[in-house]
Design a binder for this molecule. Structure first.
Ligand SMILES: [Zn+2]
Ligand SMILES: [Zn+2]
Length: 228
């Protein structure tokens, strides 16, 4: 039972929590008689409760949304860098010859793996790249130069995978495809991207893939700290 109050004469009446529409206790009869229109009593306690419940519902949904955003940010962060922000910056490079202009930006998938080190995969026909990080190796708790090296590797890795998206070489199957996958076309794109980002021109000529990779990481280490 609750107290129902007439908004006009402020007189109250005890009635059930939700009296039926035709329940006489729902209506202030003297005021209805005086005004010629039915005057409905309200229940301040119930209104307050409803308001409280609505507020807590919206707080819960806000908390859930914030938690989801936090999880999303954590999933895409590596040593304090947001890989989506890094990718967005790299997508703007002129080195890609406008490949990404006016297209849906590639999807960046992040995978935490038990395998040590950082690696990546590109899916030119799925317009997506996958970055694979060693689980637990992405918290900036070590020496600044270690963090700087890891960030350089991350940037070189994204440039590496984006170059695959632009090169659009058929996916490697067997020996010759594998050569083309990191062949002349991919190398030119990757070198141009690294040079544009870092201002450092990495060596051309007969370099192995690991050599090109360490050239690129060195370029990022020498170049100015990139800003998103
Ligand atoms: Zn009344
Ligand atoms: Zn590759």
């Amino acid at each position: 039972m609750r107290r129902w109050v007439c908004p006009r004469c402020k007189k109250g009446k005890i009635a059930p929590n939700s009296p039926a529409t035709l329940d006489v206790r729902r209506w202030c009869l003297p005021c209805s008689e005086e005004t010629g229109r039915l005057v409905e009593r309200t229940c301040p306690a119930r209104d307050r409760e409803n308001a409280r419940r609505a507020a807590s519902r919206s707080a819960t949904s806000r908390r859930r949304r914030e938690a989801a955003e936090r999880r999303d940010r954590d999933r895409h962060s590596f040593d304090g860098l947001d890989v989506r922000v890094e990718t967005r910056r790299l997508l703007r490079l002129k080195a890609w010859n406008g490949h990404f202009t006016g297209r849906t930006p590639p999807n960046v998938e992040v995978v935490r793996s038990r395998t040590p080190g950082t690696s990546g995969k590109a899916f030119p026909w799925g317009n997506s790249i996958r970055l694979i990080f060693e689980a637990g190796n992405d918290r900036g708790t070590e020496a600044p130069e270690t963090t700087r090296r890891k960030r350089s590797e991350l940037r070189a890795l994204i440039a590496h995978e984006l170059a695959h998206l632009v090169a659009r070489i058929p996916r490697p199957r067997g020996g010759s495809g594998r050569r083309a996958w990191h062949g002349q076309r991919w190398r030119e794109l990757f070198r141009a991207a690294v040079a544009e980002e870092t201002g450092v021109h990495i060596p051309t000529g007969d370099r192995t893939l690991p050599q090109i990779w360490s050239d690129a990481v060195d370029a990022y280490l020498q170049g100015p700290e990139a800003s998103p």
